[in-house]
Design a protein around this ligand. Structure first.
Ligand code: FAD
Length: 416
């Protein structure tokens, strides 16, 4: 390892590795500095360990799923669109499959394969990688060289110089993967600002305590409507999970993004447990179930209709005596049970802590970065890539797409 490089990349995540490979393939000498023991720790936790690499859509569809500053990403996404991301991974030995919602995963369903393929490409392109070293200071000398100070786990420091510096330090969530926000501080010291940081795409905390009784229950196909001040701001059908504190799962993560910039006052989640049945059909279905179970108590007649752990909750919320015989349930009681199953309502208290969020909203303001190159508008030869930039997207492979595309563009734009 030498002490001077054409390019230093801080952070061996998706964006940093892509930037490093791209720059090294252009024959620049590249050093990647990573504070964790291994590269791509966050990649390993993506897509529940399966890594939703990208979304096989065109650029405009991707932009529709970017919640903050989509137009900034136009050039990066055209430079390295999902079609090229897929082609690239296929060409480096990661076969992909496209699933529901055009989500692209490695065929092996193993995020490690994505990480390892990128690590191997860095080796092949002769990228030097310094692991277990944290960048603690960056200054730009009068000679226009960036001087990067690192500290290892034993507190031993070292220093490296480079012409081009790429910040790919990620956001602030899942800090155990290394994205601890130190990149924002380093960037500030070089004259940049940082917009307000919030954890986006989280579970939702509810006032109702009964969720605890159903903790761990996943409902595969329910419909969720989020109301803010009685107005529907989000509606989606899909998978929802009850947690210790509230609700989570894919549709909830997305729903949370629509509440992130609100005060959560008068926010409600309305779950339709039986979206495939309209009220009339559900009423008939319940009537049939009650007839079939005529000799049983009401509380013991819902097995065919609901998952086991939800039954005591629904029985309690319905207000119908659990001991009532099924054939004695009145028409009005059945009607109110139908309403409950179609409108199971929870009061939202808030989203979750930053560290539990999938992605960070906020970061380096996009007006401080040239969108055609990812170069800083404040300091020449300084580049940004990935989640550190003030852009965030919904779930579906869009955030990794941002990381790969901006990483590629930064690596393709460094110059001497
Ligand atoms: C649980 C979870 C699941 C997700 N699933 C998906 C998914 O399936 N699809 C999708 O598109 N997105 C997903 N995301 C979001 C996606 O993982 C991130 O947006 C993306 O990985 C960001 O990449 P990055 O390279 O910008 O940052 P990171 O991957 O966070 O990499 C930053 C790197 O920089 C290093 N670093 C930081 N500061 C320093 C420093 N001072 N010195 C040295 N090194 C430093 C860190 O250790 C880290 O390795 C998921 C996120 C989470 C938390």
């Amino acid at each position: 390892m030498r002490n001077n490089y054409d390019v230093i990349v801080i952070g061996a995540g998706a964006a940093g590795m892509m930037a490093a490979i791209t720059a090294a393939n252009r024959k620049y000498s590249v050093l990647v500095i990573e504070q964790k023991k291994q590269e791509g720790s966050k990649i390993l936790v993506t897509g529940k360990g399966r890594c939703n690499i990208t979304n096989d859509s065109d650029v405009l569809d991707i932009l529709n799923n970017v919640m903050t500053n989509p137009t900034f990403l136009y050039s990066a996404l055209y430079a390295f669109p999902p079609s090229r991301i897929i082609e690239y991974f296929n060409s480096i030995g990661v076969k992909t499959v496209t699933e529901r919602g055009r989500r692209v995963f490695p065929e092996s369903s193993n995020a490690i394969d994505v990480r390892n393929a990128l690590v191997y490409q860095m080796q092949k392109a002769k990228v030097d990688v310094l692991k277990l070293n944290k960048v603690t200071e960056v200054v730009k000398g009068n000679d226009e060289i960036y001087y990067v100070t690192v500290k290892d786990a034993n507190g031993v420091t070292d220093s490296f110089g480079c012409v081009n510096l790429v910040f790919a330090t990620g956001g602030m969530t899942y800090q155990s993967t290394g994205s601890d926000g130190s990149g924002y501080v380093l960037a500030k010291n070089l004259g940049h600002s940082v917009t307000e940081l919030k954890g986006a795409l989280t579970g939702l905390l509810t006032k109702e305590r009964w969720v605890n009784e159903t903790m761990g229950l996943t409902l595969k196909n329910v419909s969720l409507t989020v109301l803010k001040d009685d107005k529907a701001i989000y509606k989606e059908q899909g998978e929802l999970l009850f947690t210790h504190f509230g609700i989570s799962g894919p549709i909830v993560l997305t729903a949370s993004r629509y509440l992130l910039d609100t005060d959560y006052k008068n926010a409600k989640a309305v779950i339709d447990l039986k979206p495939a049945l309209d009220e009339q059909t559900l009423y008939k279905r319940i009537t049939l179930d009650m007839e079939k179970n005529a000799s049983k108590k009401y509380a013991n007649s819902l097995d065919a209709l609901l998952p086991k752990s939800l039954i005591p909750v629904i029985v309690k919320l319905s207000g119908i005596s659990p001991d009532k015989m099924s054939n004695q349930i009145s028409k009005d009681e059945k009607k109110s049970l139908v309403r409950l199953l179609k409108n199971l309502t929870l009061t939202i208290r808030s989203g979750m802590e930053m560290d539990d969020a999938i992605v960070t909203k906020g970061g380096i303001p996009v007006n401080e970065i040239n969108p055609s190159t990812m170069e800083s508008r404040i300091s020449q030869h300084l580049f940004f890539a990935g989640e550190i930039i003030d852009c965030d997207a919904l779930t579906g492979g869009y955030n990794l797409t941002i990381a790969f595309s901006t990483g590629f563009l930064a690596g393709d734009s460094v110059y001497l």
